[in-house]
Structures are given as structure tokens and as C-alpha cells.
Design a binder for this molecule. Structure first.
Ligand code: AVJ
Length: 320
């Protein structure tokens, strides 16, 4: 069935186009070299991320889904039924469907920077939930939340699943949460999935799955840069490395050169020593109290938190 995109009201807030070339050139000139993780998600990268969530080692997605399944009604109770639900990023639709089933909001507004993906997924949800008004807003939510006007007098909630917050430096995470408090206003509530600090062996396995899907996901960034920017990264000589850095409370992913080599991009040469790399991702992990402290600095009070029995993942409900 084709999605009924006509059922979706579309608000284009005109986020500035992401500039892969400028950001890659900038990041490669820094020490240590870095490329932001938002560039992982081209078509192939999005498919590889989906495949990561199916590996036995990558526990976050299935654990969060389990929490939404087990506690969806209690979560909906706290968020307030029949109101406005914002979603930051419109990722895999399995999570939002569980929440929509329990919450039955009057208005659902997914926010995403990718127009095509946003319209496609919002259209499918509008078709499957005819009783819910769907307004999709194309916005870069990391740059503040300039949103279309929300109806007054209804409970307001936001949903930010997947531990996507972990990709932000704690200071940026606090700023992003502060943007959310302003969009929701007093009494507004946030349901947010946050990966927990845990035994480093579990984290190291989750980002180094045995079948190499995460390695392919990381290396696909270079494939993308070769294709879209005409660079000549030699994939035979860049390798995936991921590890938990306890001092930072984060998993880091890098692409490491295994020899002395030069990469050409945009008429420039970038020299890599053997063992030198590009830092491609930080994925911060929080204790329950650590995340509540961060959220408090953004203006959120904790209302409830759900964790699985193995303490792998947390879903927080917070109030402005
Ligand atoms: C989508 C940012 C939550 O940090 O675990 C998965 C991305 N990177 N495996 C994460 C990711 C490597 C993921 N997030």
C-alpha cells in the first residue's frame, strides 16, 4: 500500500543543508581527526544500522523495545493521553508504534532533518493511525527547536528513543534537552531512552559484533566519502576500532590506518601514520543518577525511570 502522504501536514522549517564536504575537510584538519557520526546514515548506512540492531551483541534496541512493551501503559499514563506528542528523529517505526498504541495522542509531530525519510515514515503512520493527526516538521533539532505553533490546552510530551542523546557531548546534550523544555513548556513531559553504564565487556562486544556489521557500518563512512566527495580512501588499509573509554563514560569508534598512507580529497593530501585514525563516534553511557543530574541542569525533574532486569538500558520520564 502506498503511504497516504496527503494525510500528513508538512512543516518545512528549512534546516540549513548539511555540508558533508565542508565538515569532512574541517574534521580531517583537526587533531585528533574526526568526522561527526551524523554522516553515517546514507542509504547503506541506515541499512547497516538496522542490521546492527539485529546482532546478538547489540542489546540497546531490543532492550528498549522490551521496556516499551512491558511499561507502555504506565508511560502513557505519565505522559498524558490525548495530547501532543513530538518525536525527535523519526527512526525505526517499531518504537513509536508501541507508544502510539498506548498513548493515542491527538497530534503526533515527528521532527527530522531528512525530508524524504520523514515524509515516508510519517505517511505510513498517518495511514495506520487514522485517528491521530500527523504533522511532520523538517528541522535540525540539534540546532534549537523552531517548531510550528502547537495547540494550547493539551498535554505536551516528547519522545527521544534509541539513546540518540548519547551521540552528543554532555554539554550539547544538556543544551538539546533545554531546547526541548522550551518547546514543551511547564508541565511538559519527556520520555527518553538512555543507554546505561555497565561492564565494559558487554559494551565492547556490542560495538564489535562477531559478524562485523558494526565494522562495515563504520567503514561505510569512507565508502560514502569516496563516492560523494571523490576521495580515495583505501578501504583495505583502514580498520574499525571501538572501545569503552571508562574515564569518559563513552564508547568511541575510530577508523584506523594500518600503514603510512596519503588520502586525496578536494585537491588536498591527508597523511596518515600507521596507527593514526579518524574518530567517528562517541556514544555516551549514563548511570540513572548521572542522567537525571544532566537533565536537571536543562530544567527537567525526574518522574520515573524504567530499566531491564540486567540493568542494560533505561527509559526516563522527565517533567519540565
Ligand atoms: C544510534 C547513536 C544510538 O551509539 O549505539 C551503533 C549508533 N554506533 N553501533 C549507538 C551505533 C555503533 C547508536 N546510536
Amino acid at each position: 500500500n502506498p503511504p497516504h502522504e496527503s494525510a500528513v501536514q508538512f512543516h518545512d522549517m528549512h534546516p540549513p543543508a548539511e555540508d558533508l564536504r565542508a565538515e569532512v575537510l574541517h574534521g580531517l584538519a583537526q587533531r585528533p581527526r574526526r568526522i561527526p557520526p551524523k554522516f553515517f546514515y546514507d542509504q547503506r548506512g541506515s541499512e547497516l544500522f538496522e542490521a546492527i540492531t539485529d546482532t546478538p551483541e547489540y542489546y540497546p534496541t531490543r532492550t528498549e523495545l522490551g521496556l516499551l512493551e512491558a511499561h507502555g501503559e504506565a508511560m502513557a499514563e505519565l505522559l498524558g493521553r490525548g495530547g501532543v506528542l513530538l518525536e525527535l528523529g523519526s527512526g525505526s517505526s517499531r518504537k513509536i508504534r508501541l507508544l502510539l498504541d498506548a498513548l493515542r495522542p491527538a497530534l503526533y509531530m515527528p521532527l527530522d532533518i531528512s525530508r524524504e525519510f520523514l515524509l515516508l515514515s510519517a505517511g505510513e503512520l498517518a495511514r495506520d493511525y487514522p485517528a491521530i493527526r500527523v504533522h511532520a516538521a523538517c528541522v535540525d533539532y540539534s540546532q534549537g527547536l523552531a517548531l510550528p505553533a502547537l495547540p494550547e490546552g493539551l498535554p505536551r510530551a516528547a519522545f527521544f528513543p534509541g539513546s540518540s542523546i548519547g551521540n552528543f557531548e554532555p554539554d550539547q546534550a544538556r543544551q538539546l534537552l533545554a531546547h526541548v523544555t522550551r518547546a514543551l513548556g511547564p508541565g511538559g513531559r519527556l520520555l527518553i531512552g538512555v543507554d546505561l553504564q555497565k561492564d565494559p565487556a558487554i559494551l565492547n562486544a556490542a560495538y564489535n559484533d562477531a559478524t562485523g556489521v558494526t565494522a562495515a557500518f563504520n567503514r561505510n563512512l569512507l565508502v560514502r566519502i569516496n563516492r560523494e566527495l571523490g576521495a580515495d580512501f583505501d578501504l583495505a588499509h583502514f580498520h574499525h576500532r571501538a572501545f569503552y573509554a571508562p574515564g569518559h563514560g563513552r564508547v568511541e569508534m575510530h577508523l584506523i590506518s594500518d600503514c603510512l598512507q596519503q588520502v586525496r580529497l578536494d585537491g588536498q593530501r591527508f597523511r596518515f601514520e600507521a596507527g593514526e585514525g579518524i574518530h567517528t563516534e562517541c556514544s555516551y553511557k549514563y548511570s540513572v543518577e548521572g542522567f537525571q543530574t544532566l537533565a536537571a541542569r536543562a530544567g527537567f525533574a525526574p518522574l520515573a525511570v524504567w530499566t531491564d532486569r540486567d540493568q542494560l538500558f533505561s527509559v526516563h520520564c522527565l517533567e519540565v
